[in-house]
Every structure is written in structure tokens, then in C-alpha cells.
Design a protein around this ligand. Structure first.
Ligand code: SF4
Ligand code: SF4
Length: 90
């Protein structure tokens, strides 16, 4: 039988933060170390990326988590179509 994985995904245009609630023990280390106060404790103590727009992709939460339960991914910035093929013009 397949066990459902309890992952919570928070994202905006720049960042995706994934919390694996199966591995998280709600210790609060990630919340404590986030310099931008992006993370807050949810109902069960699991981190919730309430202020994801303030995330600076510093990765401290991921690096400090002893259980590999939080993952931060920076989305690739796409150049606007106008800039992408801009060359020298006569
Ligand atoms: S540091 Fe890791 S285990 Fe602790 S609350 Fe954050 S995600 Fe969960
Ligand atoms: S990457 Fe840095 S700013 Fe973003 S949630 Fe993690 S600790 Fe906070």
C-alpha cells in the first residue's frame, strides 16, 4: 500500500519552499534561524512559509534543519522576451 507523503508546498514567483511533515519534528530551528521571519509555526508546530515574499533564498532554514525536512528552491529568473534577443541595431 502506498503511504501518502505529507508535503506542504509554498511558493511565489521567485521561490518554492517544501516542508515534509513526515520528517519534520516541529523543533522550530528553521523558524528561529530565518533572518527574514518568513516561517511561522503552524497549528502542529510545523513551519509555515507565511511571509514567503520576504524570503531571500539564504537557505539557512534548509541547512539548519537536522531532519532534512525543509527544502528551498530558487526559481530561475527569466529575462523578458524583449531583452532575451536584444542585439545591436543599426
Ligand atoms: S528545523 Fe526541520 S525538523 Fe525542525 S521545525 Fe524546521 S523543518 Fe521541522
Ligand atoms: S531561505 Fe532564508 S529567508 Fe528563506 S525561509 Fe529559509 S531561512 Fe528564511
Amino acid at each position: 500500500m502506498n503511504k501518502k507523503i505529507n508535503k506542504k508546498i509554498y511558493q511565489n514567483k521567485k521561490t518554492t519552499i517544501t516542508v515534509n511533515e513526515d520528517w519534520c519534528k516541529a523543533c522550530g530551528i528553521c523558524i528561529h534561524f530565518c533572518p527574514k521571519k518568513v516561517l511561522v509555526a503552524g497549528e502542529k508546530g510545523f513551519p509555515v512559509a507565511e511571509n514567503i515574499d520576504d524570503c531571500i533564498n539564504c537557505m539557512l532554514c534548509e541547512l539548519r534543519c537536522p531532519d532534512f525536512a525543509i527544502n528551498v528552491e530558487k526559481k530561475e529568473e527569466k529575462l523578458s522576451p524583449n531583452l532575451e534577443h536584444k542585439g545591436l541595431e543599426d
